[in-house]
Design a protein around this ligand. Structure first.
Ligand SMILES: [Zn+2]
Length: 661
């Protein structure tokens, strides 16, 4: 006897998950304070350690706690909010608008506690987080007794906890200063992703991480689209791009890395970046499968993460570890790939190393913190047990065990769950509070989904433009009359333009919603070259009309937003009841006629083939002004060769719909 400990755990199958995958059966572990002081065969440890407290583990597996290498824990409160959607629709259409509305310090603390309860129950002792109000994530996590790397998000957009990126950087700095050297929390800075940050933000975050020697947590190369856009905008893929912007000066934890080539994997290795592989999230959002076999071969520290609970939708690391193994086998055609011991190592030691926390946790070794779990492997779904192959225990844990088989969890030398009972959190209370939040969020979304306008506003950038205008549209049998009249010189031409326009109209069964137009404008230069495609989204409210003898005065509101997403994004987000596609060639002039400014559009509607139309319009500011201009409209139409008494309805959607009837 030469060692005194506080606690001795005996009669366990001890999986150390150290470099050599040492296993002791029966084994024992001795703990003093927060640290493992002895580990080995039971008889040997018992012979040299005394402890006032001895626990018989009854033949359960005693192993390091699992490491969830990438998550957004407060999003437990958004679990199941929107599913079966594309990543951009899900993120920009649902998550971010709801987050802008609801995320507060209170929300974050509750969401974190719910997550901690779930994480503890499933055997996780360390996680790596990225969210807003990260000091509240850290506070709630420390109270729950879990270990975490907490990354304060920095974005180029206004976020729930900051109006600008300067503000979120300041927040990150203060957070890091406050939490540095905490026994459970490692503060970090988290520039969300290269495409949601500017170069300046990437530089500033790298500098901050280096200044305080803390990790930098970032999403990288998650989708093929991200890589394609990086090539288009910067001429290089994601990993070289962030290398050029100093990110690898910091201790990087890179989430996803789904679309990286061998050279990029080598770069990750060279800079000792940790990778968080998120199999469920990548499958659910159809992002692809990360090349983890290659990464492991090249010696990259690849951990496993669940990602946030609204893109998974749970925090179950047992499921994730199994899936990581199956996915590698299934996609490589090699059933020996990512074996059970390797998968479990990724879920523990490699995960800790990926978080740059390998010195203190991730395996059971003398000197490391006592972060450990007990798993019962005698359940029906995990019986019987064979002993001829020493890897069979790993296979039992990876391929058959369930998170509910975890019975006890210790973090930093303190029990947080004993015999399935949570010791630091009140589950019933947390669930009741979560139900209240869900009701509020439901109400918000039900209201929002009723109006196309509120959905448009939710994704940002919509500007209202109320327009009153006099306008008339007539069919033209012979379009050359317009050209001839313009060339005659009776009008003052302010400018002439030539466009190809592709309009997709989203129509809704409820006419009060108005309709949405997604317009792609191609400018046609005088030499016929097509350039400057421009995309705009316009919500056109129902028009209030006032008929004049030969034209209509309209007053209606429009909301215009630059269409920064694809047509498919808007289609899936707005879910129109009908769609109408109109393709036309438009010649447009801005002219002065009798001292009044008019727009003249000569349209050749190609799809559907409707022939030629002449459209004349002018903005008005009052009814009287409208009446005055109305007379001029008729005169101008006549001058251009049209018949003002044959005015057709004001927009193409209606013309097309009438034609169909
Ligand atoms: Zn994520």
């Amino acid at each position: 006897m030469n060692l005194t400990a506080d606690l001795l755990l005996i009669n366990a199958i001890v999986l150390t998950l150290d470099e050599k995958l040492t296993l002791f059966e029966p084994g024992a572990v001795a703990i003093k304070g927060d640290t493992i002081v002895a580990i080995g065969a039971e008889a040997e440890v018992k012979a040299r350690v005394t402890a006032p407290d001895i626990i018989d583990c009854q033949g359960k597996v005693l192993m390091p706690g699992l490491v969830n290498a990438h998550t957004h824990v407060p999003m437990t409160l958004l679990r199941g909010l929107a599913d079966d959607l594309r990543l951009d629709v899900w993120l920009l259409g649902y998550m971010m608008p709801v987050e802008r509305e609801f995320v507060s310090p209170e929300f974050v603390r509750l969401g974190t506690k719910l997550a901690c309860a779930e994480l503890i129950r499933s055997g996780v002792t360390t996680f790596n987080d990225m969210y807003y109000f990260e000091s509240d994530v850290a506070q709630a996590t420390a109270e729950a007794g879990l270990r975490a790397v907490c990354g304060q998000t920095v974005l180029k957009f206004p976020a729930p906890d900051a109006d600008s990126y300067e503000e979120s950087l300041a927040r990150a700095r203060e957070f890091i200063q406050t939490w540095k050297d905490h026994p459970l929390i490692v503060p970090a800075v988290a520039p969300h992703a290269p495409y949601t940050c500017t170069k300046e933000i990437l530089h500033a975050c790298a500098d901050l991480a280096v200044e305080f020697d803390v990790p930098l947590h970032i999403h990288l190369a998650e989708t093929a689209l991200e890589v394609e856009n990086s090539r288009k905008e910067h001429g290089i893929p994601v990993i070289p791009y962030i290398r050029d912007h100093k990110i690898f000066d910091a201790k990087v934890i890179a989430a996803h890395c789904v679309h990286v080539d061998n050279g990029e994997v080598r770069t990750l290795k060279r800079y000792n970046a940790g990778v968080a592989h998120n199999p469920s999230s990548n499958l659910k959002l159809s992002s692809g499968v990360a090349p983890i076999i290659k990464m492991l071969e090249m010696g990259v520290n690849v951990g496993i993460g669940t990602d946030g609970p609204s893109s998974n939708n749970d925090l179950d690391m047992f499921e994730e570890i199994r899936l990581a193994s199956f996915l590698a086998k299934g996609t490589s055609g090699d059933p020996t790939a990512v074996s059970a011991p390797i998968a479990l190592t990724m879920g523990t030691r490699l995960g800790a190393q990926a978080l740059h926390a390998g010195k203190i946790t991730g395996s059971l070794e003398v000197g490391k913190r006592a972060d450990l779990i007990l798993v019962d492997i005698t359940a029906l779904h995990n019986s019987p047990r064979f002993r001829h192959d020493k890897n069979s225990t790993y296979a039992q844990l990876v391929f058959a065990a369930k998170s509910t088989d975890v019975t006890d969890v210790m973090v930093n030398g303190k029990w947080v769950m004993r015999n399935h009972q949570l010791l630091t959190l009140n589950e019933a209370e947390l669930l009741a509070e979560a139900t209240e939040y869900a009701k509020k969020i439901d109400y918000f979304l039900i209201k929002r989904e009723q109006s196309i306008l509120s959905k448009l506003v939710a994704i940002g950038g919509a500007v209202q433009e109320e327009s009153f205008e006099v306008q008339a549209k007539v069919r033209l049998a012979d379009p050359t009359t317009v050209q001839t009249a313009i060339e005659k010189g009776g009008l003052e031409i302010l400018y002439a333009r030539h466009y190809q326009e592709y309009d997709t109209y989203f129509r809704f069964d409820d006419p009060e919603q108005g309709y949405l137009r997604y317009r792609e404008d191609e400018y046609v230069a005088p030499d016929g070259e097509v350039s400057n495609a421009r995309y705009r989204l316009t919500l056109i409210g129902p028009a209030r009309e006032r008929q004049y003898p030969s034209d209509v005065m309209l007053s209606r509101s429009r909301y215009i937003a630059p269409a920064s997403h694809s047509l498919r994004f808007y289609r899936e987000y707005f879910k129109p009841d009908h769609e109408i596609l109109i393709e036309k060639e438009r010649k447009r002039w801005r002219v002065i006629f009798h001292d009044t400014t008019f727009y003249v559009n000569l349209d050749k509607v190609k799809k559907p083939d409707l022939g030629y139309f002449l459209e004349v319009k002018s903005r008005t500011w009052s009814r009287l002004d409208g009446e005055h201009k109305s007379a001029l409209v008729a005169e101008l139409i006549t001058y251009l060769g049209g018949k003002p008494d044959e005015t057709v309805s004001e927009d193409y959607v209606r013309i097309v719909e009438k034609d169909k009837v």
